[in-house]
Design a protein around this ligand. Structure first.
Ligand code: SF4
Length: 881
């Protein structure tokens, strides 16, 4: 009632609303004010985090928070009056617009933001332009003598740093991928297992920096998580300065274009494309754009929480999600963050990227000269799954409607600048008749693709057009044949793409023809653009040519996509192709459908990976703390080699192993709690609550099912909050995962519940993470793809065991991040097979205990093997079996 009467001071309104069970809550959110006053500055969105960011004393307990919020508001207001206010530029003008948009803070801040003497410049004129630079020549072929590699490592680790043998041999091994290669299509490949704590990053940055310097070439380091990218950026400072003497950056973080702010979309949003709350978000993003380091909106210096304060997908709409960039035709092209990142990376010594981008670039990159040739995949155990999704083909309603919008443009009601082919290539259409006809033909054929409301029409049994007809038949067949039990539980359902009913085959044939009818004019249009480029008209300037180049590139990408869909459909009625796994699916969540799809995956995605990434490269390393399999008998490298793609380029990879220097026996212990029965939800929730209480927070709880995570959170969050033990959860709290981890890291009494993404994406050294609790043994989900790969492996349950061991090792890896860390790893499982225990580092104590015993050990901080018994922990656990 108070909040609806007068605007009240709040911190993170959506989170407060969520905790109170209100659908909506608004007021004077301090985070919004912070984003206005200090854009591009880091702040953990909690009272404690805000206190730190504003350099105020943090509140001692919840009862001090209201007074603190007032002090924080006062501090933000005072910052606006400070003559040294760093982010003053543009604030006054932005505040005028925000006032018109009825932003609640506008009235509060207005008296304190002085009108500037001279009119402030419009954001788009103040951003710097990038410079065109000459092409970098091919790198020189150089050898890296071991002594130089080790000398560089000493230089990077610093004077007087302890010499770590594991790190030294790791650096020497990593250097071997930089040797000149002997044969075409045969790169040097190294697989390097690097135990936690050996100093892996500097281990490979030493030879990388040496080689980049000596050869004039670029090294790419690819990671799976944003967290490691941040860390790499920081560590690279030891080897490279922030800027070279000519002002260019030697180290560049490169992400997919959908991560960056698109200035044209922002301009559109500021000029009426967005209304209401999203328009306020656009103003705050514009404030940030003036101060950002590189325009990266997702995981860069835009606070991760900003988007979630505004609910709708405002942030995504400001990026270039759908490849609608008009390149040189864009008025902001010379200032564009995406173009700048691309140019900077071509000139960089070190490019920090992610697995998906490296693969997409290799598969359909525009510029062959810019393809990475010296590549280090850190978090290399994720390369397989990244390749799996990069080389997948999916024909779904959502994907098809995207293609329709790209060809035809948006349908009614849609605001904004999104335009179809005709509008983007209007000048070509009027100059070149054949080109114009091809565009018209593509637009006409594109009508066959699903349009707005397709899902509803499918539900009502009234599909329209050949693609909707196909999706309708696919949906019906999937419901008819699904036996997964997902139907009742409200989850996604699927069925194999074999022995399909006649309706599906028939509809697939008609749909394939419709797709071919779209592809033909697009190919023709590509040919016409090429012809125009070969004999350009007078009016076509450099910018125009660049735009046509861009259009050709995105055309060929769509042509490939259509061809892949057609081949997917052609196969539906025929014999199965042993190289692929095909299936039909209805994507659902909480019983609500959101897509219908036909999927195709490579049985072994490392085949295309080897072709497009490995073969053109000269040296590639895959490295990780969990690359090898910790099996008791057999070759620990077997699966790592198979999952690296090395087998497909007929080369023997170099293998390197550096064990972790941590003393796990005295720092960590595994507790297998045997008295929580499977399916006993109250028992599971109670166990989590008591474990968090015993450990006084600092617990990372990992779940394999979102439903159980929510149920457990719902039962215990209130109880824990009353004890001053805050509990946060993915899929419950309206906060992005990166920010959740920041909050968890920042508060040693906080605990965090999450799913897969947290299993190896969390790097929280120190007291904040002192206990990891797994709800169960992480068995793989027996879906169609998993079953096909398991059958192909020929190793039956050993295939599953390897996956579980890897998951356990990754989750365990969250616990001990540095020499001082210590803690407990708990698995709530009455049946934990002994054969999986080898997943944990040698020497780690492993106990099968009751919940009471576990609580006692955690509460008293007891860790390590029971020496008196004269047995190793593993023996003991096995004896108890
Ligand atoms: S060049 Fe493309 S991505 Fe960059 S601002 Fe313009 S439209 Fe957006």
């Amino acid at each position: 009632m108070a909040a609806s009467d007068t605007p009240v001071l709040l911190l993170n309104a959506p989170l407060v609303a969520n905790r109170l069970g209100y659908p909506d809550l608004s007021g004077l959110d301090l985070l919004e004010a912070f984003a206005f006053v200090h854009p591009a500055r880091f702040c953990v969105p909690t009272p404690r985090g805000l206190a730190e960011a504003l350099e105020l004393d943090e509140p001692k307990g919840d009862e001090e928070v209201p007074a603190f919020l007032q002090r924080a508001a006062g501090s933000l207001v005072a910052a606006c009056e400070d003559p040294e206010w760093f982010e003053r530029q543009g604030a006054w003008s932005a505040l005028q617009s925000l006032e018109r948009l009825r932003w609640p803070w506008a009235q509060v801040l207005k008296p304190h933001v002085a009108r500037p003497q001279q009119a402030e410049k419009w954001l788009f004129t103040t951003l710097p332009e990038w410079e065109e630079s000459p092409e970098r020549g091919a790198p020189r072929q150089v050898d890296l003598p071991d002594v130089e590699v080790l000398g560089q490592l000493d230089h990077l680790t610093g004077e007087g740093a302890e010499k770590r043998e594991g790190q030294r041999s790791y650096a020497s091994d990593a250097a071997r991928i930089f040797a000149p290669r002997d044969k075409r299509d045969l790169p040097h490949i190294a697989l390097a297992q690097a135990g936690t704590g050996i100093g892996k990053t500097l281990g490979y940055l030493a030879p990388s920096s040496l080689w980049a310097n000596a050869s004039g070439g670029t090294v790419w380091v690819s990671t799976f998580t944003k967290n490691l990218q941040r860390q790499l950026r920081a560590e690279s400072r030891r080897a490279w300065p922030i800027k070279r003497p000519d002002g260019t950056p030697p180290v560049v973080v490169r992400k997919g274009r959908e991560n960056y702010l698109c200035l044209l979309n922002l301009e559109d949003a500021l000029q009426g494309g967005f209304a209401g709350r999203p328009a306020i978000l656009a103003q705050l993003v514009a404030r940030w754009a003036a101060f950002t380091r590189d325009g990266d909106m997702i995981g860069g210096d835009l606070p991760g929480w900003l988007g979630t304060l505004f609910r709708k997908r405002g942030i995504a709409a400001l990026t270039d999600q759908r490849g609608e960039c008009i390149y040189a035709g864009c008025p902001h092209y010379r200032k564009c963050f995406i173009e700048r990142a691309g140019r900077d990376s071509a000139q960089a010594d070190l490019v920090i990227a992610n697995h998906a981008l490296v693969m997409v670039n290799a598969a359909r990159g525009r510029d062959h000269a810019q393809r990475p040739t010296r590549l280090i995949f850190d978090e290399g155990h994720h390369v397989f799954e990244a390749a799996d999704s990069t080389f997948a083909a999916t024909l779904s309603g959502q994907e098809a409607i995207e293609l329709r919008r790209w060809i035809i443009g948006p349908e009614r009601k849609n605001r904004g600048r999104r335009r179809g082919l005709a509008a983007r290539l209007a000048d070509i259409a009027s100059y070149d008749d054949e080109g114009g006809e091809a565009i018209e033909a593509a637009i006409e054929a594109g009508q066959a693709l699903p349009g707005d409301g397709w899902l509803q029409r499918l539900n009502e049994g009234e599909p329209s057009g050949p693609l909707e007809q196909l999706l309708f038949a696919v949906r019906a067949a999937t419901y008819a044949r699904d036996e997964s039990g997902g139907q009742e539980a409200g989850y996604g359902i699927e069925t194999e793409a074999s022995g399909l009913p006649g309706e599906v085959i028939e509809a697939a044939g008609v749909a394939a023809e419709a797709l071919a009818a779209i592809r033909t004019p697009l190919i023709k249009l590509g040919g016409r653009l090429e012809a125009v480029m070969a004999d350009p008209p007078d009016w076509l300037d450099g910018q125009g040519r660049a735009r046509i180049e861009g259009a050709r590139h995105s055309l060929s990408w769509r042509v490939d996509l259509l061809a892949a869909w057609e081949s997917l459909l052609a196969r539906l009625g025929g014999p199965a192709d042993p190289e692929f796994v095909d299936w039909l699916a209805v994507d659902r969540s909480d019983a609500r459908e959101f897509d219908v799809a036909i999927h195709r995956r490579w049985l072994d995605p490392m085949k295309p990976f080897a072709k497009v990434v490995l073969e053109p490269a000269h040296g590639v390393m895959l490295t990780s703390a969990t690359l090898t399999d910790r099996i008791e008998v057999g070759d620990p490298w077997e699966s790592a080699i198979a999952r690296s793609g090395a087998a497909h380029v007929e080369t023997q990879p170099m293998l390197s192993m550096a064990e972790s220097p941590f003393d796990y026996a005295s720092r960590a212990e595994v507790l297998i709690v045997t008295d929580i029965k499977k399916g006993d939800l109250p028992g599971l929730a109670g166990a989590y609550a008591r474990l968090i209480e015993a450990s006084k927070g600092g617990v990372l709880g990992l779940f394999t099912a979102i439903r159980r995570l929510r149920a457990v959170h719902g039962r215990i969050a209130d109880r824990l909050a009353r004890e001053g033990l805050p509990l946060y959860a993915q899929h419950v709290d309206p906060i992005d995962t990166g920010t959740l981890v920041d909050i968890f890291r920042d508060d040693p009494r906080a605990s965090l519940l999450g799913t897969d993404a947290l299993r190896d994406g969390v790097d929280v050294p120190g007291r904040s993470l002192r206990c990891v609790v797994l709800e169960a043994v992480p068995w793989p989900r027996p879906d169609i793809l998993h079953k096909a790969r398991r059958a192909a492996s020929g190793s039956g349950s050993q295939y599953d065991d390897r996956i579980i061991r890897a998951r356990l090792a990754q989750a365990f890896g969250r616990l001990i991040r540095n020499r001082e860390d210590h803690g407990h790893f708990v698995v709530l499982s009455a049946a934990f097979p002994s054969r999986l225990l080898s997943a944990f580092p040698e020497g780690t104590a492993i106990r099968r205990v009751t919940l009471e015993e576990a609580l006692e050990r955690i509460g008293q901080g007891l860790i390590g093997p029971d020496e008196a018994a004269g047995q190793t922990a593993l023996d003991k656990a096995q004896t108890r079996q």
